[in-house]
Design a protein around this ligand. Structure first.
Ligand code: FE
Length: 205
């Protein structure tokens, strides 16, 4: 899978090290373009701020902050086999990348945030009409309207509402002029969202 090296570093690090590695990675790639004139960093910070402002749990704020890290992972020229596809499966890439690092409460909304757009478009025509043009385009690339089975499967996931909420922040977090808190302001929130690191040395005894 992509970014094995960074993932191995994360898995070996303690909580502070994990936050540092993730923030360094986001900072290194943060000025890459998201869409229109918003950078990846601005987009993540705005989404996180919307979650924080709504009084959400740390895990959901963390999910908002990192929801598009899969785009960066998929495009990272420093990594081998980076699949720069039109639909890059960035939600699945992020979900695999974060396994054993964050709990489902962080991972599942991220994994489902693309499906959540398909869900919202399917149940609400006005939502589709309100999307930006690039977002409408990627909706069709990502499969278009859901079938009845897909709708039922989506609604059965305990985190589907969190994913829909993340999707709405995602759609809003595209303001080129927004002034929001910096990445370091989320240190504790991200740290509080981590799974406990494995107790190395104790397991084998
Ligand atoms: Fe996004």
């Amino acid at each position: 899978m992509e970014n094995n090296f960074l993932r191995d570093q994360l898995l070996a690090a303690d909580a502070n090290g994990r936050v540092q590695l993730l923030f360094d990675y986001l900072t290194r790639h943060g000025d890459e373009n998201y869409e229109e004139d918003v950078t990846q960093m601005q987009h993540g910070l705005q989404a996180a701020y919307l979650a924080k402002d709504a009084g959400q749990d740390p895990e959901y704020i963390t999910a908002a902050l990192f929801h598009d890290i899969g785009h960066i992972l998929a495009d990272d020229p420093d990594e081998k086999n980076n699949p720069t596809l039109k639909d890059d499966n960035h939600e699945d890439i992020a979900a695999s990348f974060f396994r054993d690092i964050f709990p489902d409460k962080v991972i599942e909304p991220i994994r489902l945030h693309v499906t959540a757009k398909r869900y919202l478009c399917t149940v609400n025509e006005a939502y589709y009409q309100g999307l930006s043009e690039p977002s409408q385009k990627s909706f069709h690339l990502q499969g278009g309207n859901m079938s009845a089975e897909e709708l039922a499967a989506f609604e059965a996931n305990p985190f589907h509402q969190a994913a829909v909420q993340l999707r709405i922040w995602d759609d809003t977090a595209k303001d080129v002029h927004a002034e929001v808190p910096t990445l370091n302001d989320y240190w504790e929130i991200v740290s509080d969202s981590l799974l406990d690191e494995p107790a190395i040395g104790i397991l084998g005894e």
